[in-house]
Design a protein around this ligand. Structure first.
Ligand code: NAD
Ligand code: TYD
Length: 352
């Protein structure tokens, strides 16, 4: 079996659903259920003997050590993190606590567990750390995309905390020989994403006749990847990656934020047109920019293509259509996700 952390979140949840459907190997999911963790995402797994959920913190070394010795997984995949840049600007401490201190405690628990394995068990064991392209900082218009050897230059408390966790991974591999694989992926989108992130926020705000808030001039660029393509990359790197190496993952799909928001509006105009016949694009509103906002991210995913044989199945257009269709078809999930804590966040961050 495998141990997944943060599996009640967006990417971890998609990963577990896909993993159990495709592969069938049992999963223990350790998740603290912060505001971003949503057990509803995995409600179809209730009663499934291949799935165990444990509520807890990756920083709780006693709990993690006990789970490892009880379930004896052949791999650990670490998705757990505080993941939203804007929240890290309002309050960085949780980001350091989970993404750095928590990651360190997790590594220490795993190190203790690996020491108990037989030589064969140790040779087959893997720890896969899920990280972000934001650790590389902002690109200029003429810069080449990020490769695995691009220097780290994080700009936000979030990306700095993820960069720190990546350095811990490297150090625990070099110093203690832990078989660690790291993935640095671009912006994900798709089903089950908490609606504080740009794409689900715009879908839900559009349908609720609210503004679609675009920071600054909206010409910041991101590379976008459909979440299920990222999940396939995680499974492929787990199976074929070389311990100690890092793999950049992206959709080769660079878009400005304005292009992304217009893309959402165009799809909604077709699938659920406004009653007044006006395009949802009329709701786009330019708002004050994010402090320290990175201008551009782009990913060179040549290594994972060449060495692992992975490539995305979805284009941005096909993935965005699936995403909008999913939010339209899953109003119950979004209704629960946007109650209580979500409203407080929107009020605090965007005001009225
Ligand atoms: P998310 O915020 O949707 O989910 C994070 C999950 O981790 C939640 O279920 C939360 O309850 C859990 N969690 C938080 N702190 C925890 C702790 N201390 N112990 C145990 N569980 C804890 O995040 P996501 O978008 O699914 O991202 C998953 C991972 O992928 C993160 O490490 C993130 O940095 C990375 N990543 C995300 C993106 C993206 O576009 N979303 C892109 C690249 C990399
Ligand atoms: P986000 O989804 O928060 O991901 P990240 O900051 O990790 O890239 O934001 C994606 C882009 O969209 C980013 O450049 C910030 C921008 N953005 C807005 O313009 N308005 C918004 O309300 C949000 C949440 C994001």
């Amino acid at each position: 079996m495998i141990l997944v952390t943060g599996g009640a979140g967006f990417i971890g949840g998609n990963f577990i659903l896909e993993w159990l459907a495709e592969n069938g190997e049992a999963v223990v999911n350790l998740d603290k259920l912060t505001y971003a963790g949503n057990p509803d995402t995995l409600s179809t797994l209730t009663g499934d003997p291949r799935y165990v959920f444990v509520r807890g913190d990756i920083g709780d070394r006693t709990l993690v050590s006990a789970l490892l010795s009880k379930h004896r997984p052949r791999a650990v995949i670490n998705f757990a993190a505080e993941s939203h840049v804007d929240r890290s600007i309002h309050g960085p401490r949780e980001f350091i606590q989970t993404n750095v201190v928590g990651a360190c405690n997790l590594l220490e628990a795993v190190r203790g567990y690996v020491d108990t394995l037989s030589p064969e068990g140790r040779a087959g064991f893997r720890f896969l750390h899920v990280s972000t392209d934001e650790v590389f900082g902002s690109l200029k218009e003429s810069d080449p995309p990020f490769s695995e050897s691009t220097p780290y230059r994080p700009s936000s408390p979030y990306s700095a905390s993820k960069a720190a966790s990546d350095h811990l991974m490297r150090a625990w591999h070099v110093t203690y020989g832990l078989p660690i694989l790291t993935i640095n992926c671009s912006n994900n989108y798709g089903p089950y994403q908490y609606p504080e992130k740009l794409i689900p926020l715009c879908i839900l705000n559009a349908l609720a006749s609210k503004v679609l808030p675009v920071y600054g001039d909206g010409l910041q660029r991101r590379d976008w990847l459909y979440v299920r393509d990222h999940c396939r990359a995680v499974a492929a790197v787990l199976a074929q990656g070389i311990p100690g190496e890092t793999y950049n993952v992206g959709g080769s799909s660079e878009k400005t934020n304005l292009e992304v928001v217009h893309g959402v509006c165009d799809i909604l105009d077709r699938l659920r047109p406004r009653e007044d016949g006006v395009s949802y694009a009329a709701q786009i509103t330019f708002v004050v920019d994010r402090p320290g906002h990175d201008r551009r991210y782009a990913i060179d995913a040549a290594r994972i293509r060449r060495e692992i044989g992975w490539r995305p199945k979805e284009t941005f257009e096909s993935g965005l259509l699936k995403t909008v269709e999913w939010y339209l078809a899953n109003e119950e999930w979004t209704k629960k996700a946007t109650s209580g804590a979500y409203r407080n966040w929107v009020q605090m961050h965007y005001g009225t």
